[in-house]
Design a protein around this ligand. Structure first.
Ligand SMILES: Nc1ncnc2c1ncn2[C@@H]1O[C@H](COP(=O)(O)OP(=O)(O)OP(=O)(O)O)[C@@H](O)[C@H]1O
Ligand SMILES: [Mg+2]
Length: 370
């Protein structure tokens, strides 16, 4: 499902950019502040209705403009589907898919599955459990769409339970009714997360075997959000007094985590920066492989500054894996030679190479790439 056309208007320093993209790999090089990350941000906005850099739409909108718009054409089985997102400075926005207005970001995400590899990828290992929950739920959602409803149902129950806990006088029977709902929804989420990981973990191991065999020793385990030796109902019962005192639910899938260990230590505490980056990349490449295997579709990779933190040998393996995967990728780097040097001349000839300069993006033909 590659994006074959991309138009960006009024997003950061990209005032007006129209690009024809390669369904395979696209390279973007340009100096600091030229607009490379902004371009990836534009694609991300198209697939998620939000930025990956900020929660504030205002920061993304160019200078004094009152809106930004990204438009694309997604190619699928010989046909192309238009997709568009506009964000307004005062707030709100319009999302469109195949000419129809859509109201949820998940409709965009389904049409344009994206995997982002950038500095934030370290959060997969070093960040809060929320990052790892999102990582797992991305995979579950894209393989099994009904997961979105399962999560929404759980969130409604959690909200309801927490608001009940905020009352001064709580009817135990009412709370017990919500506990039963809570347990049902929690078990459904946990089952979906576990079966996804059962498929994903061997794939991560496989990618690590290619990228960095010593890292394949890394060990992953799902903490469901409570001591799973016990039934959640028992845990909720035991927590009841504390939950009431703090007016919040202490255990459940909203507290789940993917525990990542290397030689029995928390991986984030013992691996080097480069190794952490390799591990994060392997996790995301494996997600793309699994998504393709389960759905026959490819996600689009947005890779900001591929060169950062990795040595040449590792960069080359990542480059080869991306190339062999056949997915569309938009890859940025400051320096053209070091980006192009990761593939053979033959591979490069099949890619599109763009120069980003002061918010303008120019495609470089094979003749002016040297
Ligand atoms: N709302 C905005 N309006 C106009 N320009 C903006 C806005 N927000 C950011 N910019 C500018 O957009 C330019 C492009 O930023 P971007 O992060 O895309 O650069 P980059 O090419 O990724 O640079 P680097 O190599 O340093 O990562 C910067 O000069 C930045 O100051
Ligand atoms: Mg950047």
């Amino acid at each position: 499902m590659p994006l074959i056309k991309l138009d960006v208007y009024g997003l950061r320093n990209l005032k007006s950019v129209q690009l024809a993209l390669n369904p395979g790999i696209n390279l973007f090089h340009g100096s600091n502040g030229s607009g490379k990350t902004s371009l990836l941000e534009a694609v991300f906005l198209l697939g998620r209705a939000r930025s990956f850099r900020t929660r504030l739409h205002q920061a993304v909108i160019h200078g004094e403009h009152d809106q930004c718009t990204v438009f694309g054409l997604i190619q699928h089985q010989g046909a192309s589907t238009p997709i568009g997102v506009t964000r307004y400075r005062p707030g709100g926005g319009v999302f469109k898919l195949a000419g129809q207005a859509v109201t949820t970001a998940s409709a965009l995400a389904d049409a344009l599955p994206l995997l982002l590899i950038n500095q934030e990828s370290f959060n997969l290992l070093e960040g809060s459990p929320q990052h790892r929950r999102r990582f797992i739920d991305w995979g579950v959602f894209h393989v099994e769409h009904s997961h979105q409803q399962v999560i929404q149902r759980f969130q409604r129950v959690l909200k309801q339970r927490n608001s009940l806990l905020r009352h001064d006088r709580i009817d135990d029977a009412v709370l017990s009714t919500w506990d039963r709902e809570f347990e049902l929804a929690a078990n459904a989420i946990t089952a979906a997360r576990s079966s996804y990981l059962l498929l994903l973990l061997p794939m991560i191991q496989q990618v690590l075997n290619e990228l960095s065999p010593p890292l394949a020793r890394v060990d992953f385990s799902l903490y469901p959000g409570w001591d799973d030796e016990k039934k959640l109902a028992t845990v909720l019962q035991a927590d009841r007094r504390r939950d009431q005192q703090f007016r919040t639910t202490h255990h459940g899938p909203h507290r789940a985590d993917l525990r990542i260990r290397f030689d029995r230590h928390n991986a984030a505490e013992v691996l080097s920066r480069g190794q952490l980056k390799i591990l994060a990349i392997a996790m995301q490449l494996a997600q793309g492989f699994l998504f393709h295997r389960k759905t026959g579709r490819h996600s689009i990779y947005l890779i900001d500054d591929l060169a950062a933190e990795l040595d040449l040998a590792h960069k080359k393996v990542v480059a080869r894996l991306l190339h062999d995967m056949g997915a569309q990728a938009l890859i940025t780097g400051v320096d053209r030679e070091s980006l192009q040097g990761l593939w053979t001349d033959q591979d490069i000839a099949r890619m599109r190479v763009f120069h980003v300069e002061h918010g303008q993006i120019y495609e470089e033909g094979p003749d002016n790439r040297e």
